[in-house]
Ligand binder design. Structure first.
Ligand code: AMP
Ligand code: MG
Length: 354
């Protein structure tokens, strides 16, 4: 089979092709679990956030596919889940369930001839325990970003990025519940029927979207709105993830007319990158520190679509510090015209709050 043009001309083409396979396979497992999710599929982690069999299964499949497809590259992955809770005595049933989900997904796909034991599953999950950092290459994975949305039956994303010498160079967002066609009325396109979007971007090569099931990739770009009164903004669906008093005061300062578009996960970065909205405000409550896997893939999709992603002080995000971003005060993504105005409004609103 001949190589896709985007792969041939791209310095990270091999990694992109492997990552697409990995995300597509993980998405199949997630879709199957979401369709019939049971209470017993959901567990609570030490930090009291939920995790499901699909979070673990997705992490296993992605780690396996990346290793299979890129056998000559050393493997390091910074991923959200670890196997600690699954190694407890009372977790044997759930571990068996994850193992059969993973094996059934592999058999149904037909690309790989392998069958995993429970130990293999635990080891593959722990393949994601890297600390990342400024040197070398590290995959950055949120196997299900927006687990709360996933459990509710709403939006979620399989978010996979690649860090190379401290820079995010590749990012993919598999969004199984996001319509493929833009929902933006400004650019004249209307919403179609096809659901399931895969956004991907490599540094210097632009951002694209294709159907999660596979289709011709389409180049995407941010909206070019210059007047904030015409803009709409995204924020978290979960009220506990975002300071809504602050985001509404920011919107008021900007003269934004439209109500906020609330959506789970980094699907927001994808929707923003193709112009479904103009601004994404992520202003967590005091003390919350952002993880790299919640923003790496999304941020390169936005910057490669011509957008900007900054913290509340106007600095670029630094993904080279390990598992966490070292800022705790908000992330703003928008186009280059609106960024100065949005930053000013964010800083004023934060100052007034103090
Ligand atoms: P979103 O749907 O955009 O709010 O993003 C979902 C992600 O928010 C989850 O994957 C969590 O890692 C992260 N998260 C969890 N708790 C919080 C919190 N208190 N504030 C902000 N983000 C959070
Ligand atoms: Mg997440």
């Amino acid at each position: 089979m001949s190589q896709l043009p985007e792969v041939a001309a791209n310095p990270y083409g091999a990694e992109l092709a492997a990552a697409k396979k990995a995300v597509a396979l993980a998405a199949r497992l997630c879709q199957r679990v979401q369709r019939g999710i049971l209470q017993s599929d959901v567990q609570s982690k030490a930090d009291r956030t939920p995790v499901t069999v699909a979070d673990y299964g997705s992490q296993v499949l992605i780690s396996l596919v990346l290793k299979k497809e890129l056998p000559s590259e050393s493997f390091s992955m910074v991923a959200e889940e670890d196997s600690k809770d699954l190694r407890k005595d009372d977790a044997q049933e759930i571990l068996e369930h994850i193992t059969s989900l993973v094996n059934e997904t592999i058999v149904n796909d037909g690309s790989y001839n392998m069958s995993l034991s429970k130990e293999d599953v635990l080891a593959a999950i722990d393949g994601g325990n890297s600390e990342g950092g400024p040197s070398g290459r590290h995959w950055i994975l949120d196997p299900i970003d927006g687990t709360k949305g996933f459990i509710r039956g709403d939006q979620y994303a399989i978010a996979l990025g690649l860090l190379d010498e401290g820079r995010v160079v590749l990012g993919l967002l598999g969004c199984p519940n996001l319509p493929l066609k833009s929902t933006n009325m400004h650019n004249g396109s209307s919403s179609g029927d096809q659901v399931g979007s895969l956004f991907f971007a490599t540094i210097g090569c632009g951002a694209r979207v294709e159907a999660l099931e596979g289709s011709e990739p389409q180049k995407i770009s941010m909206c070019s709105i210059k007047n904030p009164a015409d803009a709409s903004f995204f924020e978290s669906f979960e009220a506990s993830h975002s300071k809504r008093d602050l985001t509404s005061s920011i919107a008021e300062k900007l003269g934004v007319q439209a109500p906020p578009v609330r959506m789970d996960s980094q699907a927001k970065y994808g929707a923003l990158a193709r112009g479904d909205g103009a601004i994404y405000l992520r202003i967590p409550h005091e003390g919350y520190i952002e993880t790299v896997w919640d923003n790496a893939a999304g941020s390169i999709v936005v910057t490669e679509a011509g957008g900007m992603v900054k913290d509340a002080s106007g600095n670029d995000l630094d993904f080279s510090k390990g598992r966490y971003l070292d800022r705790d005060r908000g992330i703003i993504a928008t186009n280059k015209y609106l960024m100065p105005m949005v930053l000013k409004a964010v800083q004023e609103a934060i100052k007034e709050e103090q």
